[in-house]
Ligand binder design. Structure first.
Ligand code: KG4
Ligand code: ZN
Length: 339
């Protein structure tokens, strides 16, 4: 089965072709980061309009890369939520129109399910069951994944997501959007032990997170004095340490609680090098293995959507009526699907 995947939930337009037998054939991505940079964050209306411009040319590009034609497509998968309503609607309407024209099924995919399963795009693939840490700009969640379609949310953030905390703190430090990678780079020049920040909820005894206090602590520091370049780097370093400390502690606790030995880490913050290094060491000490998607599939992309499409698309056609779910929790999405 050849599936075209379309991701338009936020500020990346991602298209991909996934073949059930042969795996990922082609993928293409356009990031709007530069367009939104001037505003310090994603402007939803601009995002939707840009997705409209990008989807069709990117679809043509993946078809050309894979040496396939529209007529070869057996199904179209698109991100149905969560995400920005207007941006989601672009992908949903193009996907359904295309599927209707080709007389193939269309499938709305949960964006977080796609992140959860994204390590299946590469090698080695994690076997079920596994625990998953999803750390993106919008989410910081821990799931117990027993099999395809069986996901329990075991931990969540009470306020800011880890990526959001990176982005907001980066902004306070005068760094460009998106702040995560820029802050991580600045942290390389920082010194250890010069600044002290809290490790929010590290010892809370549950698997939940809270990162807004960390951002406030940086705000307080930055108001107290004019920040030199070295001071900014020192703050960035301690901030990164603090977030990574909490993420590592909770991810390992989730493995322990569920009696699991495999951990999948996905979402944009999963690209963070310090997180990867610290998790690798800590998991190995616990006899556990950590799986990541390829760096290019850590952030939003069409390949993970096409993959879920290939795993979940049934052959019957849908009625091409569609809706999007800007706010959508994964457990209820799966329950809906089973019902
Ligand atoms: O998964 P993603 O592309 O989009 C969402 O669905 O949110 O994640 C984007 C987030 C942003 O907050 C970005 O700052 C963060 O991932 N990020 C990083 C790194 N690369 C991306 N945060 C820390 N370190 C990185 N290397
Ligand atoms: Zn995402």
């Amino acid at each position: 089965m050849l599936v075209l995947g379309i991701e338009t939930s936020c500020d990346e337009t991602g298209l991909a072709l996934y073949d059930s037998e042969r795996g990922l054939l082609a993928h293409a991505l356009h990031s709007q980061a530069e367009m939104h940079e001037a505003y310090g964050g994603v402007v939803p209306e601009l995002a939707s309009r840009d997705h409209i411009r990008r989807v069709v040319p990117l679809a043509e590009r993946v078809l050309a890369q894979a040496g396939r034609e529209l007529a070869d497509i057996d199904g179209v998968a698109y991100t149905q939520g969560p995400g920005l309503a207007g941006a989601l609607l672009v992908g949903a309407s193009i996907a359904n129109a295309l599927a209707f024209a080709l007389k193939v099924p269309a499938l709305g995919v949960h964006h977080m399910e796609a992140h959860l399963l994204s390590p299946l795009l590469g090698e080695p693939k994690p076997e079920f069951p596994f625990a998953a840490l999803l750390v993106s700009g919008g989410h910081t969640q821990l799931y117990a994944v027993r099999e395809l379609g069986d996901y329990s949310l075991v931990g969540d953030t009470l306020d800011d997501a880890a990526g959001e905390a990176f982005d907001k703190t980066a902004k306070l430090l005068g760094l460009p959007y998106p702040g995560g990678p820029a802050l991580a780079e600045l942290a390389l020049r920082g010194r250890d032990g010069v600044v002290t920040l809290p490790r929010p909820m590290k010892d809370s005894g549950d698997l939940n997170f809270s990162f807004s206090g960390l951002k406030t602590a940086v705000l307080t520091l930055s108001r107290r004095e004019a920040l030199t370049d070295q001071r900014r780097a020192d703050i960035a370093r301690e901030f990164e340490h603090a977030i990574v400390d909490v993420l590592v502690a909770k991810a390992l606790a989730a493995l322990d609680a569920a009696g699991l030995k495999r951990l999948v880490v996905a979402g944009g913050v999963g690209a963070n090098r310090q997180l990867r290094e610290r998790l690798a060491g800590a998991a190995a000490r616990q006899g556990a293995q950590v799986f990541y998607p390829d760096l290019q599939f850590c952030t939003d992309n069409g390949a993970m959507i096409a993959l879920v499409g290939a795993l979940r698309l049934r052959h019957e056609r849908t009625d091409y009526a569609f809706t999007v779910h800007p706010r959508w929790d994964l457990e209820s999405a799966v329950a809906q699907d089973a019902g």
